[in-house]
Design a protein around this ligand. Structure first.
Ligand SMILES: C[S@@+](CC[C@H](N)C(=O)[O-])C[C@H]1O[C@@H](n2cnc3c(N)ncnc32)[C@H](O)[C@@H]1O
Length: 257
């Protein structure tokens, strides 16, 4: 069975915008990501970039692109006709050849300007959990791929949330990993005034979502911290040792589905 795993958000204190929580959260997220010891800089983006490989001439769509810095980097590496979509609408000034559009990744075909377009690569980098209906979001993205296209999807390791909640609640890892109740979550490095309501998910939930959307997994990666980075930032290696980090999947359409 595929668990629905959408994540919703609420503002926990005065000042938060309940209707557009990522407008509040996105600046804190981008500041945290820009730090020289951020795991995105040290581990995640290098591993995502390696999985994408050569991008010259490729059309790339980054779904939940944040401020657009990653899609801008891909354009400067040679990608053509690149598009970033994010609900926050807090974007950098896009370089030539990059479009940044405010929109919902839950239905990419309905985002203004995207109907009928095809992409060689579609990215969901730490953004897939926010899809209203995860299977449908992937089915729509799948239809937007070119013949040899693939989806690169990364998501936080579910064990990380289970460990954090077990520590917080004084429970055991398995109790939290297999729990089904939504839980409140806030990221102290982003903005501790905005709470995300997260639906727990297991590895099998995630893999079953891909199959239900008609995708097969070509490659899975669990990126580690390079030794040189671990030496410079031992506190971040400790975080990785304790919480494992993120999962990365290269997904292709199952032929004939
Ligand atoms: C954890 S950040 C990841 C940003 C970027 N992909 C990266 O790897 O740095 C999640 C992003 O998803 C965006 N987001 C959340 N819900 C969304 C939705 N329904 N549609 C589009 N973007 C969404 C947020 O605004 C935020 O920029």
């Amino acid at each position: 069975m595929v668990e629905e795993n959408s994540e919703t958000h609420t503002a926990r204190a005065a000042g938060g915008d309940l209707s557009r929580p990522w407008q509040t959260l996105s600046s804190g997220f981008e500041q945290a990501r820009a730090r020289e010891d951020s795991l995105d800089r040290l581990v995640e983006w290098p591993a995502q970039r390696a999985l994408l490989g050569e991008v010259t001439g490729l059309a790339i769509l980054d779904a939940g692109c944040g401020n657009g810095a990653k899609i801008a980097q891909l354009a400067s590496d040679g990608a053509a006709a690149s598009v970033g979509v994010d609900i926050s609408g807090n974007f950098i000034t896009p370089p030539l050849g990059v479009e940044l559009i405010e929109g919902d990744l839950s239905d990419l075909a309905a985002v203004p300007g995207l109907a009928g377009r095809r992409f060689d690569r579609i990215l969901f980098l730490q953004s897939f959990g926010y899809a209203a209906d995860p299977v449908r979001a992937l089915q729509i993205a799948r239809e937007m791929l070119t013949g040899d296209g693939f989806i690169l999807l990364t998501r936080t390791h579910p064990v990380r949330y289970a460990i954090e909640r077990a520590e917080e609640n004084g429970t055991l890892l398995g109790e939290e990993y297999f729990a089904t109740e939504s839980f409140a979550y806030w990221h102290r490095n982003w903005n501790d005034q905005v709470t995300l309501t997260k639906r727990p998910y297991t590895m099998s939930d995630l893999l079953n979502t891909f199959s239900a959307a008609g995708l097969w997994m070509e490659t899975a990666v669990e990126p580690r911290m390079p030794a040189e980075a671990a030496e410079r930032f031992p506190h971040k290696q400790e975080v990785m040792n304790k919480y494992l980090g993120i999962l990365m999947f290269k997904l292709r359409p199952i032929p004939g589905r």
